[in-house]
Design a protein around this ligand. Sequence first.
Ligand code: PEP
Ligand code: MG
Length: 585
Amino acid sequence: MTFAIHGLPVARGVAIGRAVLVASSRLDVAHTFIRPDQVDSEIARLSAAREAVTEELQRLMATLPKDAPGELAGVLEVHLLLLQDPTIRADVRRWVTERLYNAEWALTSQLEVLGRQFDQMEDDYLRERKADVEQVVERVLRHLKGAALPVVAAAAAPRVPRQHDLALEDTLDVPLVLVAHDLSPADMLQFKQSVYAGFVTDVGGKTSHTAIVARSMDIPAVVGARSASQLVRQDDWVIIDGDAGVMIVDPSPIILAEYGFKQRQGELERGRLARLKNTPAVTLDGVKIELLANIEEPADTVAALAAGAVGVGLFRSEFLFMGRHGKLPDEEEQYAAYRAAVEGMHGLPVTIRTVDVGADKPLDDSRHDAAHLNPALGRRAIRWCLAEPAMFLTQLRAILRAAAHGKVMILIPMLAHVSEIRQTLELVDKAREQLDQRGAVHGPVQLGAMIEVPAAALSVRLFLRYFDYLSIGTNDLIQYTLAIDRADESVADLYDQLHPAVLHLVADTIAEGARQAKPVAVCGEMAGDPGMTRLLLGLGLRSFSMHPSQILQVKQEVLRADVGKLTEWAQAVLASDEPGALLEV
Ligand code: PEP
Ligand code: MG
């Protein structure tokens, strides 16, 4: 039966494929396709791991101390029975033989199916056996980890013919859509080169960092879909409509045909936009506009250049620091990454934002403790850097060294206090001195501040006394101005980029920069929203930084705009009680 699940639109486009349900705790399991000729060896890996666990459990049982609680032996027996269960074994193998999933993926896929069956059991005792299945699977996974992985990389997955009953019989490859309760930004990054054609998560707001990474991957995604991961079953056919923020489960042939058409239209539109790549971003009345790229890792410079970006306006360096189990990247590793980004842009400027962890970007999931009740208001971004000066100095040295290879700008997030500004500038000087002392080569940098806390927006003049340029982080500026957690889907309807207070802070920052002839950019999601381009141009913005996938759409708006005519209209929008109403006309 067809049904729809509504969430928040994150990344445009349509994806049609099979649902892959993944519990966030198992995201670090390798998801790769194997070649048909690897089926036997993959099944052999599974059998070997299963036998190893069987032996392990038998050993445990044999050596149980006499005073061990009686239930313990019972639990081990249940685990052994689960391991030997012929139906479970056959079902796991089927994922390998029919879908060409690697062993780990096959195992976790079947675990999701079994978990669902256990959840539906009436009997409390039986329902609780789900934990046993999970423990057994964890053990087998641990053994598989030690064994060699299949050689076919996810990105080079073969085209796999599959059986199904819908209107796609002719299709040789069926895309896969990831459905999860939650994905951390680090998980998302890990999936950047993966097999998935789309994502749906139960939680998350439109500008949560998970959503931001999904957008940077330029594949259809929906977040905040509440109970999607409960309602969808493993392997269900689903459609993701990333423009409307909807997932359609088990679509009828008519709906499939409709979305197939929409998908093709989207591809045609992309093809048309691609022709704008080398067109300079200049308005009808001749105003030159700078369109820059937001990136998460050096490899993203390829997409930035392909989209015609004239530089990187925001390199979110924190992605180098996340998911490393406490071992932060040292100066050499960071230097190599920043240098790769600088060289990747072939002489175009690269803005490296100093590490911004905290809030919804924990360094490590395991370190993400709920003890901090309001992590977005806690020790994040520059606050964390100033509290860990050795770590911060390491990063600053690495950036200054990378600046010897091209034009680099440093961008500091979350500043609010003049004391933070002074400490930051002192540390930049100190990093330079340290490099001089050891005779290391470094280059000149421009220093900029993010305006993303209302306190900063209200003291722009002070900020401009210290910095060469500013960049408005609208994602946080909206969050902190409206007191809306950007990652919380339950208040997503109140997250309003057109709230008059937000627009005034943005407009005043742009105007003050213009008065002092210092560059001001916007690097929050607002800059990549083509519905906001005209307003921002009318408010005087000349520098926009966004995901590479958004650049051509925004460029199209720029090419159609007449700034002379937009200025007065933008002031009317600013003066309105309901700016959104004026924007729609
Ligand atoms: C912002 O807050 O707008 C911004 C660009 O930074 P981030 O989204 O990484 O917090
Ligand atoms: Mg921010």
